[in-house]
Design a protein around this ligand. Structure first.
Ligand SMILES: *[C@@H]1O[C@H](CO)[C@@H](O)[C@H](O)[C@H]1NC(C)=O
Ligand SMILES: *[C@@H]1O[C@H](CO)[C@@H](O)[C@H](O)[C@H]1NC(C)=O
Ligand SMILES: *[C@@H]1O[C@H](CO)[C@@H](O)[C@H](O)[C@H]1NC(C)=O
Ligand SMILES: *[C@@H]1O[C@H](CO)[C@@H](O)[C@H](O)[C@H]1NC(C)=O
Ligand SMILES: *[C@@H]1O[C@H](CO)[C@@H](O)[C@H](O)[C@H]1NC(C)=O
Length: 387
């Protein structure tokens, strides 16, 4: 009953309000964040970040405590794949043709046919649970299935991903949830306006943070994560985020535990800040208008204009990152690296991204589930050693 009622509500509100999300929480640019999908040993009293991205399964009591501490929670689940450990997975398997091939490298996940209408109530149900629990926002992962070689059978198209992403955003908003676009930069121009913020892994490594320029110019927050040693990465992060007000967290490994270093671009990249402050001319106003969000993020945007700081030691940083990833990824390494080298091809980028993502997830899954497969264990151990 509850379900039909909320469906009706959703339908109604979509009809009348479209993407209107005024009442939904919108993170601000510059908010500090932490990515803690693995929260078993999460200790709120030592957490400094204001925005926490945690697994959808976290307990309501933790969410309540996070709110008491004046922080916000983004709840993570995959919407493009079915994850083995989700309570509702049977319902997905019960829909004929919905569950497809294994996500290459992520044996605990399978691609979903995101065009199936039967998928919508299942996802909507999760969103409702998130809303009921008090999640302020959701992050829906794996919206790039159309480009995955192992997922060819489903013959998904970019347009399918776009349609699904827009539906996700509208549905989240109708339930009072904010929603972030996870990776999937290939459609940011088409769907960016429907989303309230974005989350990105490794844009610094791939020299792609600048692809968020337009999105940032809409006044929306971008939460980035970089893996590696923060001291060694500093100049690289500063260079790559020059003029881009991305909230960055740095973690030594791709295991998304609480430990990490908030990287404050304003205070740690002096030249970025100066540039930003000084350059505020007139220009921005024009750029700013399109954004649905309205507010004039004026201060922030100009930075885009910034010159690329000449200083740095790119080589050093680059290398290390590479080193870090290989171990983690293990088997996929072969696949992964090629892309990196090639970088300029669109495909490569995609592949690379996935790897990053996958690694993170696997680790998370492994720990949570306890059912460690041999392979996974190996990966985890390796990660630990690296650090
Ligand atoms: C949580 O962190 C606080 C502050 O650092 C510390 O005093 C407390 O012992 C920690 N709690 C646990 C269970 O580790
Ligand atoms: C990012 O935006 C926040 C909020 O507007 C602002 O305080 C901060 O100075 C900005 N940082 C940069 C590097 O532009
Ligand atoms: C980042 O540093 C700036 C300048 O020191 C400061 O105003 C701002 O509050 C810091 N942001 C966070 C999230 O700590
Ligand atoms: C990002 O960092 C890399 C490595 O330091 C560098 O080669 C590249 O030019 C940077 N990109 C930008 C936009 O600054
Ligand atoms: C992060 O964003 C960049 C564009 O800014 C994108 O090219 C990259 O693929 C994203 N990272 C991941 C892991 O998708």
């Amino acid at each position: 009953m509850k379900f039909s009622f909320s469906s009706a509500l959703i339908t109604l509100s979509l009809v009348f309000s479209g993407i209107d999300a005024k009442t939904v929480w919108k993170p601000k640019q510059g908010d500090s964040w932490n990515y803690v999908l693995e929260s078993n040993s999460f200790n709120l009293s030592k957490e400094k970040a204001n925005v926490l991205d945690m697994d959808f399964n976290i307990k309501q009591s933790l969410i309540n405590n996070i709110h008491k501490a004046n922080k916000k929670v983004i709840c993570y689940f995959s919407g493009g794949t079915i994850e083995d450990h989700r309570d509702d997975k049977k319902k997905f398997y019960n829909v004929k043709g919905l569950v497809g091939s294994v996500y290459d490298g992520w044996e605990s996940e399978r691609w979903l046919d995101i065009r199936k209408k039967e998928l919508k109530p299942l996802i909507q149900n999760r969103m409702q649970i998130a809303a009921n629990k008090g999640c302020d926002a959701i992050e829906v992962d794996n919206l790039d299935g159309y480009s995955q070689p192992e997922n060819k059978k489903l013959k998904l198209t970019k347009q399918d991903e776009i349609n699904y992403a827009i539906w996700l955003a509208n549905t989240a908003h109708s339930l009072g949830l904010s929603i972030g676009l996870k990776n999937s930069l290939f459609m940011i121009n088409e769907v960016g306006k429907y989303f309230d913020f974005a989350i990105n892994e490794s844009c610094v490594n791939y020299n792609e943070c600048k692809n968020y320029k337009n999105f940032l110019n809409q006044g929306k927050a971008v939460f980035g994560i970089t893996y590696g040693n923060v001291n060694k990465l500093k100049s690289k992060i500063c260079q790559n985020t020059s003029g881009l007000n991305i909230s960055m967290i740095v973690k030594v490994s791709q295991s998304l535990v609480q430990e990490g270093t908030t990287f404050n671009i304003s205070s740690q990249c002096k030249s970025n800040v100066k540039t930003t402050t000084t350059k505020k001319t007139t220009k921005k106003t024009t750029t700013t208008k399109k954004p649905v969000t309205t507010k004039k993020t004026t201060t922030t945007k100009k930075p885009v204009t910034t010159k690329k700081i000449t200083t740095t030691k790119k080589p050093i940083t680059t290398k290390k990152i590479t080193t870090t990833k290989k171990p983690v990824t293990t088997k996929k390494i072969t696949t992964t690296k090629k892309p990196i080298t090639t970088k300029k091809t669109t495909k490569k980028t995609t592949t690379t991204k996935k790897t990053t993502k996958k690694t993170t997830k696997k680790i998370t899954t492994t720990k949570k589930t306890t059912k460690k497969t041999t392979k996974k264990t190996v990966k985890v151990v390796k990660v630990a050693k690296k650090n």
